[in-house]
Design a protein around this ligand. Sequence first.
Ligand SMILES: NC(=O)c1ccc[n+]([C@@H]2O[C@H](COP(=O)([O-])OP(=O)(O)OC[C@H]3O[C@@H](n4cnc5c(N)ncnc54)[C@H](OP(=O)(O)O)[C@@H]3O)[C@@H](O)[C@H]2O)c1
Length: 333
Amino acid sequence: MKALAYEKAHPLDAFAIELVDIAEPRLRDGDVLVEVAAIGINPGEAAIRQTRSAAPGGRVVLGWEFAGVVVAIGDVATGFAIGDRVMGTGDITRDGAWAERVAVDHRVVAKIPDELSFTDAASLPIGVLTAWEALFRDQDSLPAGVERVLVIGAAGGVGSMATQLLKATTSAFVIGTASRPESARWVTEMGADLVVHHHRDLPGQLRGTVDLVFSTSGTGSRLESITEVLRPFGHVAFIDAPGPVDLGALAGRSLSLHTETVFSKITAGGDVSSQGRILARTAQDVTAGRLRPIVTTTLDGLTAETMRTAHTLAESGLTIGKTVISLDPHRNR
Ligand SMILES: NC(=O)c1ccc[n+]([C@@H]2O[C@H](COP(=O)([O-])OP(=O)(O)OC[C@H]3O[C@@H](n4cnc5c(N)ncnc54)[C@H](OP(=O)(O)O)[C@@H]3O)[C@@H](O)[C@H]2O)c1
């Protein structure tokens, strides 16, 4: 089958992902095999391209956000039939979905309704799962006493879903951050009650404390102002790589620090099936109009050129919503 792959870690200006022929994925017992129809793009994948090399003689296939059709089912995978339209993530230690087909653990996959296009579906999984686990942990609800939430980077792929999730499933007052008029407009469309500028004085703009800060970008450089806007015993959840940080200031306010890696359940253990359940609920919420897909840019075709464009957008830090690559045969299904 065709796949987009590379051998050595490389920067964007030496982009080396190519369309190559590789063997069909080997299905594990708990897997479904999915014919990929659309791919969601994440900055984390661009970061992995810069740091992960293949073992000698091997290649790396990235991409852990997709929508497509089930074409084969492992012996112990349940809940799916051949022909089901699905969306899902995957396992960053295995080959990803930048390929014609991907083998993926059925527990991180959910069916999608007929009215949801593959392109729209592929914009949802990583954002909704990351936001859900960062905000609700393993409790399916916000920590007790959280009524005002600040979402930093609220126009991005994860911030967009965090803002929508908070408004759709909680009664929290949601403040989103954005630094451009177009991203600020988008954050309002996602449902934020108030939009503030993340490169300006946060405490000054907020007029009052918040109970939880969900930080998607720039966490390390902004920890001081994050601390300042939180009430004592408040919560910080972050998802980016903050680098070396001094946590002393957090202790001064007895803050709780929440980390989140969307792949931790599948790679480190935990309730992996909860991710399939969250995705199934997301599909229902989209059908009911409680959540909306976040595609803002659609690129066409599984080609190296399309993927280079996607990586350029991902590394710009300017993405609003989500970039999705549509693979032609299923475009309008
Ligand atoms: N831990 C996990 O499991 C996990 C999962 C998914 C993503 N991530 C990571 O989380 C981060 C966000 O992912 P994403 O997909 O939401 O990214 P994204 O879609 O690329 O985010 C783009 C948005 O970030 C905002 N932004 C850029 N620089 C910022 C800064 N210094 N401070 C605040 N906002 C800034 C921009 O808003 P303006 O244009 O308005 O400035 C832009 O709209 C990435 O580092 C990604 O690798 C982690």
